[in-house]
Design a protein around this ligand. Structure first.
Ligand SMILES: C[S@@+](CC[C@H](N)C(=O)[O-])C[C@H]1O[C@@H](n2cnc3c(N)ncnc32)[C@H](O)[C@@H]1O
Length: 218
């Protein structure tokens, strides 16, 4: 497999419009209509989601390898892997009984979970698309209009990336939302949790992890 590259950006530091964009999203509520396929996917899973004693989310799960890993390490939880890519999800694997994979848009699915007051105890975002071009700031989750909903879901949030600036910006966006307890640390990989983690570790990238407790929600 060819070595992968660390995302290159022309940004010298945090995006100079980061604060303005994040503040605007924090002060308004986002009303983009939910996509029909996300609603249908959500409704088909609703009985299992409601019955779950504990919910763990693997958002942007890709092939679901990390979903399996999380299900094995949280045997008492239902672990839900969500990804928009049918091709990645179809690279199928056998799932433990306490894991599910669903094809949906995260920005829809998070809002649907909130609407039903379904809050994860743990929420993993492993290697989200980095969108390193400054013009793509609003595609990064912390500068996306869904960011307030992501925070409102609560739980122990863990974000991993090979793009340190992404996590630094995420931590800044959290601080703007009044959450100052985020930690960003360098990761040492023994057992990769996902294909992207494996690929980046094998390419010798420095990997980063942000963790924050967003609290339990009623
Ligand atoms: C870089 S890959 C990482 C996949 C996996 N987490 C891993 O570590 O191997 C990013 C994943 O996020 C998914 N993704 C990106 N934007 C998404 C969105 N808006 N809704 C759902 N999935 C999304 C992509 O389809 C892709 O599978």
């Amino acid at each position: 497999m060819p070595a992968s590259r660390i995302p290159e950006t022309s940004q010298a530091g945090l995006h100079d419009r980061l604060d303005e964009v994040v503040r605007r999203h924090l002060e308004s509520s986002w009303r983009q209509p939910l996509r029909r396929h996300s609603i249908e996917a959500f409704e088909s899973l609703l009985p299992r989601l409601r019955a779950a004693p504990v919910l763990v989310l693997d958002s942007g799960c890709g092939t679901g390898a990390s979903t399996v890993h999380l299900a094995q390490s949280h045997p008492d939880a239902l672990v839900l892997g969500i990804d928009k890519s049918a091709a990645r999800l179809a690279r199928g694997r056998e799932l433990p009984d306490n894991a599910l994979l669903v094809r949906a848009e995260l920005a829809d699915f998070w809002r649907l979970l909130l609407r039903e007051a379904l809050h994860p105890a743990r929420h993993c975002l492993f290697y989200p698309n980095p969108w390193p071009k400054p013009a793509h700031l609003k595609r990064r989750w912390h500068a996306h209009p869904v960011f307030p909903d992501l925070l409102a879901l609560g739980g122990e949030l863990e974000l991993r990336s090979n793009f340190e600036l992404y996590l630094r910006e995420f931590a800044r966006a959290l601080a703007l939302a009044g959450v100052v307890s985020a930690e960003v640390v360098s990761l040492t990989i023994d057992q990769p949790v996902s294909p992207f983690e494996r690929k980046y570790a094998e390419s010798g990238h420095r990997l980063w992890k942000l963790t924050v407790n967003l609290g339990a929600r009623p």
